[in-house]
Design a protein around this ligand. Structure first.
Ligand SMILES: Nc1ccn([C@@H]2O[C@H](COP(=O)(O)OP(=O)(O)OP(=O)(O)O)[C@@H](O)[C@H]2O)c(=O)n1
Ligand SMILES: C[C@](O)(CO)[C@H](O)COP(=O)(O)O
Length: 254
């Protein structure tokens, strides 16, 4: 098969979800649009996927009321080389991902050979190495997510904050994004969740609920999700550390 035919058959589509309200950030500007050292969060995230050579198309999901702002103001003067589709989100993260999957189905030729990289718009520090690990894992296993182990001791408590027990942290992991799936598998899992009324906090849980196995690879320590105001302080530190690492030739670390 020629390279052109191969590229036609296998397609990688990034679905970047930025359709939330960002309530925990307590900011007047939604967190995905906050300026981080001169560049809005979502532009940083989009740029990370645009730079990554294994993504063929990007679907950006934003709140319906921000569609015009995103198209006409935010991204008006930014040019990306990867084709970009901007669509509206839904009430829950799962609804927003669902809209992204519908769009992915419209632009792919074969769901069985298409991979979707579903990523939080508010994780702007995702890098090529992490993307490679997740995509390679999904190519092998059909579904793959990045995770980090837990360094602290983990307690389970009751509703009154009284400790019930200490959990075995060896078997516990923190899930990140990008979460990568063969499109047909993710569509099957999403439709099962819709039918059964299952609402998960990530796409892996939606697959788990549909009994679709999901592989894990090592996540990224700097691949933080901007959730609370303090995260903006960490984000500033990461940006400065990355700049310094680039200047001193140590950027592989990030
Ligand atoms: N209806 C929603 C809700 C969330 N998200 C996106 O999912 C990602 C991770 O969710 P989270 O950090 O929880 O974002 P919010 O829901 O916006 O935050 P909060 O829960 O604090 O309101 C974010 O990029 C967010 O924009 C989305 O696309 N559509
Ligand atoms: C998808 C996610 O980022 C994986 O850690 C996370 O589950 C999103 O969680 P939230 O409840 O939307 O903050």
């Amino acid at each position: 098969m020629s390279d052109v035919e191969n590229k036609e058959r296998f397609k990688n589509i990034a679905v970047i979800v930025a359709g939330g309200k960002g309530l925990r950030m307590q900011s007047t500007v939604k967190k995905q649009f906050i300026d981080l050292e001169g560049i809005p969060v979502i532009v940083r995230t989009l740029a990370a996927f645009d730079r990554y050579c294994r993504v063929d198309e990007i679907i950006l999901v934003v709140p319906e009321q921000d569609l015009n702002f995103t198209r006409n103001d935010l991204l008006h003067r930014v040019s990306f080389s990867t084709p970009l589709h901007i669509i509206k989100g839904g009430v829950t993260r799962q609804d927003s991902v669902g809209n992204g999957l519908d769009q992915a189905l419209k632009i792919c030729t074969q769901p069985e050979t298409t991979f979707v990289l579903i990523h939080d718009g508010v994780r702007p520090f995702v890098g090529d190495n992490l993307l490679d690990r997740c995509l390679d894992g999904a190519l092998q296993e059909g579904a793959c997510i990045p995770v980090l182990g837990i360094a602290d001791t983990v307690k389970r408590a009751d509703k009154n904050g009284k400790i019930i027990c200490t959990l075995d942290r060896d078997g516990l992991f923190r899930a990140q994004t990008p979460q990568v799936f063969r499109l047909d598998l993710m569509i099957k899992a999403a439709s099962h969740a819709r039918k059964t009324g299952f609402l998960g906090t990530d796409e892996a849980s939606v697959c788990e609920h549909a009994k679709i196995p999901v592989a894990m690879v090592e996540g990224g320590l700097f691949n933080i999700k901007l959730t609370s105001p303090q995260d903006l302080i960490f984000a500033g530190l990461i940006i400065r550390a990355k700049k310094e690492a680039e200047l001193t030739g140590h950027s592989g670390f990030y």
